[in-house]
Ligand binder design. Sequence first.
Ligand code: ATP
Length: 243
Amino acid sequence: MFNKPRPSPAAMDPGTAVRATGLSAGYAGHPVLHQLNFDIPALAVTALVGPNGSGKSTLLGALAGVIRPTAGALHRAGNRPPAFVPQRGAVGDALPLTVRQTVEMGRWSDRGPWRRLTRRDRAAVDTAMDRLGVTGLATRQLGELSGGQRQRVLIAQGLAQESELVLLDEPTTGLDPGARERTAALLAGLAADGVTVVHATHDLESARSADFCIALREGRLAGNGRPERVLTPSTLAGLGQPA
Ligand SMILES: Nc1ncnc2c1ncn2[C@@H]1O[C@H](COP(=O)(O)OP(=O)(O)OP(=O)(O)O)[C@@H](O)[C@H]1O
């Protein structure tokens, strides 16, 4: 958990959204992340890269506050809990939910499930749907949308939470190149609008278009910094990925 949600300015400068110091985390009997030290810049897009099983989703879980550090600490700026946008495939096709109902679920952490939405909630939902261009899909069933449309609905659900930090698990996986590019541009737009964005990705192009990059290998930090400094042929070879 974030043991110091509001660090003193001396500990973290205003340009930093999250700081990990000696962070270790994992599952019962299965340590995954080992002694990670990094800063995530505020109001920027950060890509988490690394091979299958390197710990990207586990790190997202730790950033979301659902996986507790077993050692070290995560310090986060801001007061609202982070928003987590799950992998598209993790959301059942058969769920009988409209697009609007799906985005409204983003207000549950404030409102509790099944409570009437306030005018303020509805305004947050309207703004998020408009921002993601899904207002025209409001009454459609989630299961009948294209992959790219469904991804935008899930991002709108995250945005409706009005968090300062939005975490996304592989938002471009399974999308065609055009939709991948549009999603990367969308994430950059969210950061420009005042949100810190962190996404796990296998897509080197979207990692290259991020502002910052954190590379993991077997749960350890293999590099962090500007993508052009991290995604070098030698680091990528170490991650077992073609340049
Ligand atoms: N719920 C869980 N319980 C136990 N071990 C888990 C759990 N989830 C993941 N793991 C293990 O933790 C390690 C890291 O998995 P994680 O999903 O964080 O990696 P990843 O980099 O996101 O992988 P991928 O790119 O395949 O999604 C793996 O060895 C995985 O088997």
